[in-house]
Design a protein around this ligand. Structure first.
Ligand SMILES: [Zn+2]
Length: 583
């Protein structure tokens, strides 16, 4: 380590402006005398040995953790283009073809000179023929212009966020580099969230690079709103959004051995610390004593016992109380109704809903939420052991309702049933949103890109679809008809079973209705259920789906003007009052 410290110092002396914060933190880590380094503020640090000093810039709250991981790239946003030479830092200019054609060479020349002249640039843009995307190299592999798909159907996001993630990922050079996104202002938030997905935080490869890198995303606006460049408030919103997406994805990417219930609680405490909020945690046998039969039953067989954690933010201006409830099954074996050896792989991702809620809460509070906001995390490992709950067992939920188990693998709805009941009974929520990787049927019903939504309020349903299109986290509604579908759960001995009689009868709706039944179908507030089992991941990587959706949906409750500008009008559901649209 001492050798690395020395060579790091040599590097600083050679080119002090090139040292990254990450490298610096690595250097500081090996120096015990630098223990005053907190990262909380700009700090002047005395480097021993050479008796020099360095100014450590302020780190974002979640960044400190990032820098402790070898692969973690630093992601920076900017509202203006800074001069750079493709020879030193690769640059990718990306946008829809119509946007690229709106800008002139002089708009981007500071990123290309002296390697790429105007003639080459214009010829490259003219040659682009996206089908669905296209790229054209401008200078070796270090300067590229790329076009997003031309087509965008009405159920897609106009930002082409999914194509943006894929395209940018395929163009990364691997070092410090720039991505210039040419887009309209309304697509900035979705684009930033899409770019956050390209740089996952978790990596356990032994070959992971030992030096970090910085990807700087610079926005060049065209069309409506382009007269006003992004300001500091916009940039800090994008930064927090990217942090929230990457945090959510990290939690989902980590295996249960490293992200069990107690580790998840540490993540919640860490976010709480950054926001100056102490979480309320009900854990282990306390859950049983307090009547959380759903959460306790699912998690009681695991070495790390289950927990319900709540982060609460209560600004003085608040008029409403909003609860976000996430399913955090850190691993799902299926319980005694055990999954197959193939079906069990990937079940570390079953905490995607809770991970999304944690990122979403962080982003909401960071950007100035105006209403009471509670994030509830229903954490459990659905494990197998002598204490595991069995089929035929009857559990009493926090709602007071009894459930006869006919499938221990339908556990997400059990933990969420308790979560939403707590939101109603203890937190008196006006609006309850639950989010979960709930059913395999979701992927069949609405696919890999669109989460399935179920709501008792038509306006909320429409607003959520719009928020999905504006944020890039797409959703599509499934039928809300409890009177037709809830009888699927009928039980002879208890209030309900936990799994349906007929699996080919609107399974996604039914699974959601089980959760809704614990706040009751006569709940006068607004309830929204988001099943995001499929869009929570692409292949074996988490997407960080969720924080962008929720913060766009509730953007009118934020004091951040960028979120407000992309949020659907709350009038959609406020006009209907808080009444249940149950006719
Ligand atoms: Zn399950």
């Amino acid at each position: 380590m001492q050798g690395m410290y020395e060579s790091g110092l040599n590097a600083i002396e050679r080119s002090p402006e090139k040292i990254t914060i990450w490298q610096l933190s690595r250097l500081l880590k090996v120096s015990k005398s630098c223990s005053n380094f907190s990262g909380d503020n700009s700090t002047i640090v005395q480097i021993p040995i050479r008796n020099c000093q360095l100014i450590v810039p302020k780190l974002g709250p979640l960044e400190r953790e990032y820098y402790s991981q070898d692969m973690a790239a630093n992601l920076v946003f900017s509202g203006a283009l800074s001069p750079s030479d493709p020879k030193d830092s690769a640059v990718l200019i990306v946008g829809q073809l119509k946007s690229l054609k709106q800008i002139k060479y002089s708009d981007v020349s500071c990123k290309l000179q002296p390697r790429v002249n105007e003639e080459t640039y214009i010829a490259a843009v003219e040659s682009l023929y996206p089908s669905p995307t296209d790229t054209c190299p401008l200078w070796l592999n270090n300067a590229t212009v790329a076009a997003l798909p031309l087509r965008c159907s009405r159920h897609n996001t106009p930002s082409r966020a999914h194509a943006l993630t894929k395209l940018v990922k395929s163009c990364y050079s691997g070092g410090d580099e720039f991505v210039v996104v040419v887009c309209e202002k309304k697509d900035v938030f979705a684009s930033a969230s899409a770019l956050a997905r390209t740089l996952p935080l978790f990596n356990a490869k032994s070959t992971a690079p030992t030096t970090s890198r910085t990807v700087t995303v610079e926005f060049l606006l065209v069309g409506e709103g382009s007269d006003k460049p992004l300001d500091d408030e916009d940039i800090s919103c994008l930064t927090a959004a990217a942090e929230s997406v990457r945090l959510s994805a990290k939690i989902v990417d980590m295996p249960c051995a490293d992200m069990h219930t107690n580790k998840f609680l540490d993540e919640i405490r860490e976010v709480g610390k950054q926001l100056d909020i102490e979480p309320l945690i009900i854990a282990g046998t306390d859950l049983d004593d307090a009547g959380f039969g759903g959460i306790w039953g699912v998690g009681k067989a695991a070495e790390n016992l289950p927990a319900l954690a709540i982060l609460s933010y209560k600004p003085k201006s608040a008029e409403k109380t909003i609860c976000w409830v996430g399913k955090g099954i850190v691993f799902d074996t299926g319980g005694l109704c055990i999954k197959s050896k193939v079906g069990m792989c990937g079940m570390k991702t079953d905490c995607g809903g809770a991970a999304a809620m944690l990122g979403a809460f962080y982003l909401a509070v960071k950007t100035g939420f105006k209403e009471n906001l509670h994030a509830l995390f229903c954490l459990a490992e659905n494990a197998v052991g002598p204490k595991a709950q069995r089929p035929d067992d009857i559990v009493t939920m926090y709602s007071g309702k009894t459930v006869e188990l006919n499938n221990t693998d339908a556990e997400g709805r059990l933990v969420l049933g308790d979560g939403v009941a707590y939101a109603l009974k203890d937190l008196k929520a006006d609006i309850i949103v639950d989010m979960a990787t709930l059913t395999g049927a979701q992927g069949i019903a609405t696919g890999k890109y669109h989460g399935a939504i179920l709501s008792n309020n038509e306006g909320m349903e429409q607003a959520c679809v719009k928020a999905g299109q504006n944020s890039g986290d797409l959703v599509h509604p499934v039928p809300y008809t409890p009177e037709l579908h809830f009888p699927e759960f009928s039980s002879s001995v208890a209030d309900m079973k936990n799994s349906v009689a007929d699996r080919s009868n609107a399974q996604v709706s039914c699974a959601g209705l089980f959760i809704g039944s614990h706040i009751g179908f006569d709940y006068p507030g607004i309830w929204l259920h988001v099943d995001m089992a499929a869009p929570a991941h692409v292949g074996d990587r988490a997407t960080g789906y969720g924080p962008a959706l929720l913060n766009t949906l509730f953007g009118r409750s934020s004091s951040n003007k960028l979120l407000q500008s992309i949020a659907p009008p709350t009038a959609l559901w406020e006009k209907d009052g808080m009444e249940v649209e149950d006719n």
